[in-house]
Ligand binder design. Structure first.
Ligand code: THG
Length: 606
């Protein structure tokens, strides 16, 4: 029998319809739910009255659904705690999968295999708002997923996601489970976009895609719930044009209307069929189905129209990006560079350091916002300060930045626990700054698995056991070594890597460092030529340490200009103080150029 993924490659697949509304229509009473204390707990029906859920499964299988969903949307301890059933999360999850699997097996034939998707809902807590911590949520998802996997589920559907951080936590739990059980099943991630056009926390569809795209275990990405298909159409179009992963769409039967305190859904089976046929045949959606308010009749019409048909072949174009919980930011823009604000750094800004010591987090958020106003696309965040607890400080800062800062974060730390804590608190897609080969592979060994686990991009510095490379050749050799190890040994992709060819200051005047700028620039050219998909980055201000402020602005700006010409994608800068070349006095510009290119004609120009 063909697998789910094999069939997904061949044709449109059809999910079932609503679980909740089709249970409700059976007019179950408190006795059916096993008593007043469990009234309304759909997952407890698996104990108190499994025939109710069995009927829902059978009705959808009869309608022709390829995939039915388990009665486990809220079978995590987090949700079950509302009924004091938190200790039965594993058991109820397993039961839900066993029941669905039994029903699916009754209908499965070699020509039309039926699959069980384990429904994993968002719980009732939003980690981005601090309702729950990473560890508790991870444990709860792990336990729920373990029951669902052990009960025989064919795939996971992490669905109705409202907070993209919740989704990422669920994915780390799934990764751990697959590793522990030495078994991987396909995973669908489906986010819920409200009528406002974003997820509940304000996440745009592009930010959601960017956050989830790096996760290898995710096979399908899409949307479900909140609205009908019409309201989803712009975002579905976006996914069809941009997503490297097959697209999933499971709308409600329209936007619910509140009549007498109850939700009513009005979209007819005919209309749902019309919309989803359009999504699939014209836009390329691979999996369709129904969420709240959809009945077996809705699914029957979908099956009639779409079974054994192929979706439109999508010509998608995904632009490698990072993201805040709100919006994505591409890792290359035209004209370059992607500007990374440098002032949210306790080593790079006296003011930020003092605010950190005073624990004035509101003002730290203000400094972040100032840099956005000045044009930063990403923020470098470093809270390292001797004598303070960096994990705790990172936690305080990132918790706030996650929701109060609208651009992606670059985590600037040398400490592995600090990096991991930040990654556990950030929705969106972060950049980790940085790895190098100073102690051989040790740093990569610790940091790259974290980047993989949480879906982050990473900055790699051209430093090895001998120290910071000085010549273009040495910088390139180190970059190649890191590139090869990252990809072949640690499973990173070329587009996840950002090389920083580091410059020494030209401000020392020492003979040894006179070519520092030009070697750094030429190394960028060599790296981009050898590895076209990697990105490059510089901390621009380093070039002018030790010089007076005016000279620094000029040299930084001229240096940045030539680095961009060589292929620089991203720059850590003081956004406020970078000037385009035409705004710099010509004489000063020429002086800076000669300094950077080590032409030594000071007397002649002066
Ligand atoms: N590469 C990577 N990461 C980096 C660097 C890099 N992170 C840190 C640093 N270098 C980039 N950030 C800064 C931040 C500030 C300054 C320089 C680089 C700076 N600050 C003023 C000074 O020290 O004179 C102080 C300004 C103030 O106190 O307000 O120059 O290269 N990957």
């Amino acid at each position: 029998m063909k697998s789910f993924l094999e069939l997904l490659n061949e044709k449109i697949l059809i999910f079932d319809g609503a679980t909740g509304t089709n249970l409700q229509s059976q007019n179950l009473d408190a006795d059916d739910f096993g008593g007043e204390e469990y009234n309304g707990c759909n997952e407890y029906l698996l104990v108190s009255k499994p025939s109710a859920m069995e009927k829902v499964h059978i009705d959808f299988l009869k309608a022709g659904a390829d995939i039915i969903e388990t009665d486990s949307f809220g079978s995590s301890s987090i949700v079950l705690a509302e009924y004091n059933l938190q200790d039965r999360a594993y058991e109820l999850s397993k039961l839900s999968a066993e029941l669905a699997k039994k029903c699916a097996n009754e209908f499965s034939t070699p020509d039309k295999p039926r699959f069980v998707a384990a429904s994993i809902g968002p719980t009732t807590k939003l980690p981005s708002l601090g309702h729950i911590d990473y560890k508790t949520m991870h444990q709860s998802f792990y336990e729920q997923m373990a029951g669902l996997l052990d009960g025989g589920s064919d795939l996971f559907s992490i669905e109705t996601c409202q907070d993209i951080l919740q989704t990422k936590i669920a994915l780390t739990a799934a990764q751990d489970l697959f590793k522990d059980r030495k078994k991987k099943i396909p995973v669908i991630v489906s986010v819920t976009v409200e009528t406002t056009g974003t997820m509940l926390m304000g996440t745009e569809i592009g930010a959601a895609l960017t956050s989830i795209e790096p996760f290898d275990i995710v096979d399908v990405f899409g949307m479900n719930c909140a609205t009908g298909p019409q309201e989803m159409s712009e975002n579905i179009r976006y996914l069809c044009q941009n997503s490297p992963k097959p697209v999933f769409c499971m709308p409600n039967a329209g936007i619910p209307e509140n009549i007498g305190g109850k939700a009513h859904y009005h979209l007819s089976p005919e209309e749902l069929k019309k919309w989803l046929s359009h999504f699939s045949k014209d836009l390329g959606v691979n999996i369709v189905g129904g969420c709240c308010g959809t009945t077996p009749e809705h699914i029957r019409l979908l099956v009639e129209a779409l079974s054994n048909t192929t979706p439109k072949t999508r010509a998608w174009n995904y632009i490698p990006s990072v993201a805040s919980i709100y919006a994505p930011a591409p890792m290359h823009i035209d004209p370059p560079p992607v500007i990374i604000g440098e002032r949210t750094n306790a080593n790079g800004s006296k003011k930020f350091k003092e605010l950190l010591i005073a624990e004035n987090y509101d003002e730290m958020v203000s400094m972040a916002k100032d840099q956005i106003r000045e044009g930063a696309h990403v923020l470098d965040v470093c809270v390292a300060y001797v004598g303070r607890n960096e994990v705790k400080d990172m936690e305080e800062v990132i918790t706030r930045f996650n929701t109060q800062v609208s651009i992606p974060i670059m985590i600037d730390s040398t400490e592995y626990p600090v990096i991991e804590r930040a990654l556990q608190l950030l929705g969106g897609r972060a950049i980790v700054n940085s790895i190098n080969l100073e102690d051989g592979e040790e740093r990569m060994e610790h940091v790259l698995p974290l980047c993989k686990r949480y879906g982050a991009a990473v900055v790699a510095l051209t430093i090895d056991e001998k120290g910071m490379a000085k010549t273009r050749e040495d910088k390139f050799i180190i970059a190649k070594r890191i590139h090869d190890l990252s990809i072949n040994k640690y499973g990173m992709r070329e587009e996840d890597l950002i090389f920083d060819t580091l410059t020494f200051t030209l401000g020392s005047g020492e003979e040894e460092f006179r070519k520092a700028g030009i070697e750094t620039i030429e190394a960028i050219r060599m790296i981009k030529q050898a590895f076209p998909k990697v990105k490059t980055l510089l901390g621009v201000s380093n070039i002018s340490f030790g010089l007076n402020p005016h000279a620094r602005h000029v040299i930084n700006s001229v240096f940045l200009h030539y680095a961009i010409e060589a292929g620089l994608d991203m720059a850590i800068v003081n956004a406020q103080k970078i000037m385009p070349l035409y705004k710099i006095d010509e004489k000063e510009r020429e002086l800076a150029r000669q300094l950077i290119f080590d032409e030594r004609r000071w007397e002649a120009v002066a």
